[in-house]
Design a protein around this ligand. Structure first.
Ligand code: SAH
Ligand code: SF4
Ligand code: F3S
Length: 436
């Protein structure tokens, strides 16, 4: 096969961490002569970058793999690789059950992809990464980026929290932080290349420990010229400090948004989830955030129907939603995952109870989100312009991470901060008008 004919398609499921990993995968493949295609049709290599957080994510991957396996029957030269969290946990089994898969590699092995590509054996690469090689590769790799305005920057990998329902510590390994010098160097480089917004990535950014604290890291990044906005995801409530809230309040560059997954409004359930905070402690942190950053938008994750969750636990969650009034939530039915503690807990709930509770949670939170967006009508916000949407109108985001659609004028350009007045608030977006 001649190198200039190679094309690769990467399908990404899961969180921002996986999205960023896919960018690295694309960067490595481009370095090996591949063109990146946005369709699997005609590709010489397909990488399925998987997520195993819930069973549904796994099913989606398996159906795509089934489709591709048929395609491979017609085109035996097609290479199929599986990466991501399912590859880490089940890579070996996958190679056995799916002869169409050529090789698999977990998230901690991405930086060796170049070697795997030329390995003739069908292997599942699942070596645990200690951090050192990752740090070096991460810093040296000139990764591909899907967006030229907003960039993801890893500040740490893995997770040590072992929430009883969650596979992440088993797929991404122990928590390890990148050194702040390397992070700063990467952000400087991004600023030089014209990036305006960066999002710092980690499973628990508040426990960052790469030579300084997380608020100190934020403050250093604020000093880098050219970067207009800084976001970060995800924060764990147990490690969130007043220092972070104060730092956010002081800097105009740090966006007024925090994603702070509560998971449940019941302290009993939180205990069994091994979240290491009570609902009261969580609520106090919300008060601290709102005190120091008065217009902060707070979003969260909720799990509906954790094992042995009672009706009254569930109503504590519903009450928590009403009390806190989140700007948006991601809610999921509890999914029993292999190797996790919660999978072996007694009183696993039926699908119908989980669905019922999830529906109630979503109804309550949708009402709140819409009401909160309606309150914004008539107010003006700074919006970072991102581009043109499907209706040929422009869109951008407020610092509170709300999407605003608006009609441009002759000066509208990508990557600029403009003032927009909110005309109408909807559930998932705002309708705005440029203020000149
Ligand atoms: N590190 C982040 C989130 C990682 S996973 C944090 O701690 O907040 C993203 C979300 O998926 C979690 O917040 C949780 O709400 C959900 N999730 C994780 N495992 C799940 C499971 N087994 N069933 C249902 N939802 C789950
Ligand atoms: Fe999973 Fe908990 Fe770690 Fe988040 S903090 S990744 S939910 S174990
Ligand atoms: Fe999924 Fe792995 Fe992210 S399980 S949510 S891709 S860390």
């Amino acid at each position: 096969m001649t190198r200039d004919k190679l094309t690769a398609y990467i399908h990404t499921w899961g969180c921002q961490m996986n999205v960023r990993d896919s960018e690295h995968i694309k960067g490595i493949l481009k370095g090996e002569g591949y063109d990146i295609s946005d369709t699997p049709d005609g590709a010489s290599l397909v990488v399925l970058n998987t997520c195993s957080i819930r069973e549904k994510a796994e099913q989606k991957f398996l159906s795509e793999l089934g489709r591709l396996s048929l395609q491979k029957k017609k085109h035996p030269e097609l290479k199929i690789a599986v990466s991501g969290c399912i590859a880490q946990q089940q890579g070996r089994a996958l190679l056995k059950s799916h002869p169409s898969v050529d090789f698999s590699f977990g998230p901690q092995n991405i930086f060796n992809l170049k070697e795997f590509l030329y390995d003739e054996k069908r292997t599942a690469f699942t070596k645990e990464n200690t951090g050192e090689t990752e740090e070096i590769h991460h810093t040296q790799l000139s990764a591909h980026r899907d967006n030229d305005l907003r960039a993801w920057v890893n500040i740490m990998y893995g997770c040590n929290n072992y929430c009883s329902y969650c596979v992440v510590p088993y797929t991404r390994g122990r928590e390890r932080s990148r050194s702040y010098e390397n992070i700063i160097a990467e952000v400087r480089d991004l600023a030089d290349k014209g990036y305006k917004e960066i999002s710092l990535l980690g499973q628990n950014v508040n426990s960052y420990s790469g030579g300084c604290t997380f608020p100190e890291l934020l403050t250093m990044i604020c000093g880098i010229g050219g970067i207009l906005r800084i976001r970060f995801i995800t924060s764990h409530p147990k490690d969130l400090t007043a220092e972070l809230a104060i730092t956010m309040g002081k800097s105009a560059k740090i966006c007024n948004h925090i994603h702070l997954p509560v998971q449940s409004g019941s302290t009993n359930v939180l205990n069994r989830m091994n979240r290491k905070y009570t609902f009261e402690e969580y609520f106090d942190k919300i008060l601290i955030l709102r005190k120091h950053v008065p217009d902060i938008a707070i979003t969260t994750d909720i799990i509906a129907g954790f094992p042995a969750e009672t009706d009254s636990d569930h109503y504590e969650t519903v009450r928590a939603l009403k009390e806190i009034e989140f700007d948006g939530i991601f809610a999921f039915k509890y999914s029993q995952r292999p190797h996790t503690k919660a999978a072996d807990m007694e009183h696993q709930l039926s699908e119908s109870i989980k669905s019922q509770r999830l529906a109630e949670i979503l109804t309550v939170s949708d009402m709140i989100t819409e009401r909160k967006n309606k309150v914004l009508e008539g107010k003006c916000f700074e919006v970072l312009t991102e581009g043109i949407n499907a209706d040929n109108r422009w869109f951008g985001r407020t610092t509170t991470n709300k999407i605003v659609n608006f009609s441009p004028d002759e000066h509208t350009e990508r990557g600029r901060v403009v003032m927009v007045k909110v005309i109408e608030g909807f559930k998932h977006s705002l309708e705005g008008q440029l203020v000149v």
